[in-house]
Design a protein around this ligand. Structure first.
Ligand code: COA
Ligand code: AMP
Length: 630
């Protein structure tokens, strides 16, 4: 079937389309119906079904003869180790871990925070929660204690599962002090912390609540899979919004299983048994969906990679892993390839490896710049697929659907909407715009299975953030256009979210941190264009009258504070002191104009600007940081 036919079959009968896709899942009680719209505009999928995610990702493959197939390959150029876990071994390990958790009283509906580096145990922890019907919330290792504390207070977990440390090139990230610090800061206190001791830096387990990963499983019984309702939350994943308070995206169990399984063949073009690799981190949605769940649900082999695109040890790492482990489909963020391209422009490392096994490469998480795509196409001579998605959706909404049909690739566009997604571009009043015109990108409701039904404990925020602006549609927060062939182009965010090295960050959140600095009167954070990371945050701060601290010291203090409060992942390293911030007469800071000045783009002087001379001061400040060059 061609893409158009598949898309039309969904449009003609979405209910039948998703019930058909649901046949690939092993249900404890099969759904009698796909969509439940009695609470519209909030929707539910497969509400009357009963199912277990871990059973579908692990046990059923063992029962169906895949027990000896490798489920997880761990490849860690940072530690110089490699290992493999078969589906049968995974079943034993996950059932044992779940048994240990159950013995500690963790049960269906309890929340469990997972704070782990890129080791197979991170996936085992996620699967063990799923086995019990416990709701996990994985927190990325690059966040600071304060961010972890915010998530502890929102998710109120019974347990935290963590490792003793993460490993960044040349640096050990000690997790235990971060966890202890976060629990100290948080109002909610978890009952227990299960800690995986890593040889690189074992930690002290002196607190009453701390349990050793292996010891606490001893003498407990392996736990069986607990069937849960189709709408039961599989996990909560926090993502950046406009303010410092992250949004807890809820992932519903049944829709997640059905949709992810569907994507593996139709988008990623792999069959059960093939090796699939998403080079991301378990802390991000890409890691949840395509390192852990989707490949395992579909019976693929997944790779857990603890390394970086460059420097571990060189720009050939990706190609080495692909050749060595026979990877068929590979997925990472454009920033990773920009890093590789910068180190190896002539592709000398690419030539060193035999990449015959690789069929195609996928990019997402940020805009894929045409230069990088063309470089990859030239080097690899394989399809390079840019596709668009969000934490909220959990899987791609717009993509060149290779597994169905490889469509024409248009540089700068992630291609066409997938079944389930009726994307439109609207003006501010909610009118649909003609092809080629820029506006807000929205998706017609209901969103398809597996996408967020709500935010954790925050239904009002869900309605306000996503449903209020354009009734009948989900507001993506992205601006862009659709061309006359139905190809989507993402141009910018409509909110204060920036994208740094494929990581979604809130400038509002950084401003909240800077505003708390004792010498800062007011501040603004903008995202400027960066060749490697896509965007970088730049802070502008105005000092309190009478401050005696030097400008340099305040700037350094601000940088330190963001690292301490949000974490190294914020990559906040550029901060300047200015006398005033450019504002409209009503007091709104002109962040968009500041971004244009930084990126040396043309801009129209805002009619409502209070004092245009301030823009010159901003330009001078940006020049000292190496921006606003023209
Ligand atoms: N734990 C602790 N710290 C972490 C971390 C983790 N899991 N991940 C990143 N950090 C730290 C880094 O060490 C760095 O610290 P530093 O300021 O001391 O150098 C900081 O956070 C910023 O990290 P990053 O933005 O990733 O920059 P980098 O210079 O370390 O690496 C790239 C640059 C392009 C190689 C890297 O960003 C990359 O591989 N990106 C791919 C992104 C990706 O997979 N995104 C997921 C969506 S698909
Ligand atoms: P996250 O929730 O972290 O996955 O970030 C989602 C946001 O990243 C989207 O709303 C976009 O702004 C951006 N994004 C993701 N994929 C793409 C893409 N292929 N092209 C352009 N922007 C993208």
């Amino acid at each position: 079937m061609a893409y158009r036919d598949v898309y039309k079959s969904w449009q003609d009968d979405p209910e039948a389309f998703w019930l058909k896709a649901a046949e690939a899942i092993d249900w404890d009680e099969a759904p009698t119906k796909a969509l439940f719209d009695d609470n519209a505009p909030l929707y539910e999928w497969f509400r009357d079904a009963k199912v277990n995610t871990c059973y579908n990702a692990v046990d059923r493959h063992v029962e169906n003869g895949r027990g000896d197939q490798v489920a997880i390959i761990h490849d860690s150029p940072i530690t110089g180790t490699k290992s493999q876990i078969t589906y049968a071994e995974l079943q034993t390990r996950v059932a044992a871990l779940a048994g240990g958790l159950a013995a500690q009283g963790v049960t269906k509906g309890d929340r469990v925070i997972i704070y782990m580096p890129m080791v197979p145990e991170a996936l085992e922890a996620m699967l063990a929660c799923a086995r019990l019907g416990a709701i996990h919330s994985v927190v990325f290792g690059g966040f600071a204690a304060n961010e972890l504390a915010v998530r502890i207070d929102d998710a109120t977990p019974k347990a935290i599962i963590a490792a003793s440390c993460g490993l960044e090139p040349g640096r050990i990230v000690e997790y235990k002090p971060l966890i202890d610090g976060a629990i100290e800061l948080a109002t909610h206190k978890p009952d227990l912390c299960v800690i995986l001791q890593r040889d690189q830096h074992p930690c002290d387990l002196s607190q009453d609540r701390d349990l050793d990963w292996h010891a606490f499983q001893e003498g407990t019984n392996p736990a069986p899979c607990v069937p849960v309702e189709g709408t039961h939350p599989a996990y909560i994943l926090y993502t950046s919004g406009t303010t410092g308070a992250p949004k807890g995206v809820v992932r519903p169990t049944a829709g997640h299983l059905v949709a992810l399984n569907w994507t593996m063949k139709n988008i990623y073009n792999v069959d059960p048994g093939d090796v699939f690799w998403a080079a991301s981190d378990v802390g991000w949605v890409v890691g949840h969906s395509y390192i852990c769940y989707a490949p395992l649900i579909h019976g693929n082999t997944t790779i857990v990679f603890e390394g970086k695109p460059i420097g571990t040890p060189d720009a050939g790492t990706f190609w080495r892993v692909i050749e060595e482990h026979n990877v068929k489909s590979f997925f990472t963020a454009p920033t990773a390839f920009r890093a590789v391209k910068r180190e190896d422009p002539a592709g000398d490392y690419v030539k060193k490896y035999n990449l015959d096994c690789l069929d195609q490469v996928y990019l997402a998480g940020e805009r894929a710049d045409p230069d990088t795509i063309v470089w990859m196409q030239d080097q690899l001579k394989k399809p390079v697929i840019d596709h668009w998605w969000q934490t909220e959706l959990g899987y791609p909404g717009v993509c060149n659907p290779v597994g169905i049909e490889l469509l024409e690739t248009k540089l700068g566009s992630p291609s066409v909407p997938l079944p389930g997604f009726n994307t439109k571009v609207l003006d501010d009043e909610g009118n649909e715009l003609p092809a080629g015109e820029l506006g807000a990108i929205v998706i017609e409701l209901p969103l398809p299975p597996g996408t967020l039904p709500t935010l954790w404990n925050a239904e009002d925020r869900f309605r306000k953030s996503y449903l209020a602006a354009f009734p009948g549609y989900y507001e993506t927060g992205d601006a862009g256009l659709i061309d006359e062939d139905g190809y989507l182009y993402i141009m910018a965010r409509t909110d204060d979210v920036i994208n740094v090295a494929g990581h979604r960050l809130s400038t509002g959140g950084m401003e909240e941190v800077l505003a708390a600095h004792p010498d800062v009167a007011e501040c603004a954070v903008i995202g400027v264009t960066d060749e490697l990371k896509g965007q970088l945050p730049v802070g502008f701060v105005c000092l309190n009258n009478g401050t005696t601290t030097s400008n340099e010291e305040v700037a350094k203090g601000c940088i330190k504070l963001v690292r301490e409060k949000i974490g190294p992942v914020a990559a906040f390293k550029l901060c300047c002191i200015v006398d005033r911030l450019p504002k409209t007469r009503s007091g709104k800071i002109l962040r968009g104009t500041m971004v244009k000045i930084a990126d040396s783009e043309e801009f129209k002087m805002p009619a409502t600007i209070d004092d245009p001379a301030i823009l010159d001061e901003i330009k001078v400040a940006l020049k000292t940081l190496g921006y606003a060059k023209s």
